[in-house]
Design a protein around this ligand. Structure first.
Ligand code: GDP
Length: 214
């Protein structure tokens, strides 16, 4: 059963403190060689190009460093790693599904992501972003299949909910929940967010803080 996430005030405070730390760029990786070895628990962010990933990462960390690095030409096709102190690594995965991308690029993306997922014992969760105006699209479902087959725990997060008309959210939540139920490795909690209005950000921070050691 999928449900919209509820968190306590204490958990929100843990989340706030975790994300109030400096967020430091570690490095970008275009291939398996570049992926930093670390024992710090890691959360990866993933989604279609334009889904609002940079905006969400900015909202979570309260600074623009992260998105600025990840949107630097040459870095958009890399996995970019950031560190929140010694507690949590954030991996910003390259966006997928852009119409301009060739088959070769798409194959390269899959290869990089497979390599990453295979060799990442510290990976606690993949946050898969879904545009709330569209719900899960075929490419999102392909990525969910890939995550299922890698046995990686992942979580769906709806973005840009401020763009919805009243009443639309419930429908898109139900549709997203239905898709999620078809996937073994999907976490049953759905987060609904607006980077623009700040909705759902504290709750998501809290959920991610629960994956980091105290
Ligand atoms: P990325 O390609 O996934 O990193 O997406 P961006 O964060 O660059 O966002 C793509 C577009 O969506 C930009 O024009 C953002 O301003 C817009 N956007 C992102 N998040 C939100 C949101 O929460 N609300 C609204 N209204 N627009 C958003």
């Amino acid at each position: 059963m999928m449900s919209s996430a509820r968190v306590s005030k204490a958990d929100e405070e843990h989340g706030r403190l975790l994300f109030a730390q400096g967020c430091e760029f570690v490095r970008g990786a275009a291939s398996l060689d570049g992926i930093p070895t670390t024992r710090i628990p890691e959360v990866a962010f993933c989604g279609r190009s334009n889904v609002g990933k940079s905006s969400l990462l900015n909202a979570l960390t309260g600074r623009k460093t992260l998105a600025r690095v990840s949107n630097t030409p040459g870095r958009t096709r890399e996995i970019n790693f950031f560190r929140l102190g010694d507690r949590l690594m954030l991996a910003d995965l390259p966006g997928y599904g852009s119409a301009q991308v060739s088959n070769a690029d798409s194959a390269r993306w899959t290869e990089l992501i497979f390599a990453y997922l295979r060799g990442r014992p510290n990976l606690r969760r993949v946050v898969l972003l879904i545009d709330s105006r569209r719900g899960p699209l075929p490419q999102d479902v392909e990525v969910m299949d890939l995550l299922d087959s890698s046995a990686v725990s992942y979580q769906l997060v709806l973005t840009k909910i401020d763009k919805l008309k009243p009443g639309e959210l419930a429908q898109i939540e139900a549709q997203t929940a239905e898709e999620s139920r078809r996937h073994g490795a999907a976490h049953p909690e759905l987060f609904v967010t607006s980077a623009e209005k700040g909705e759902g950000i504290a709750q998501l921070r809290a959920a991610l803080a629960a994956l980091a050691p105290p």
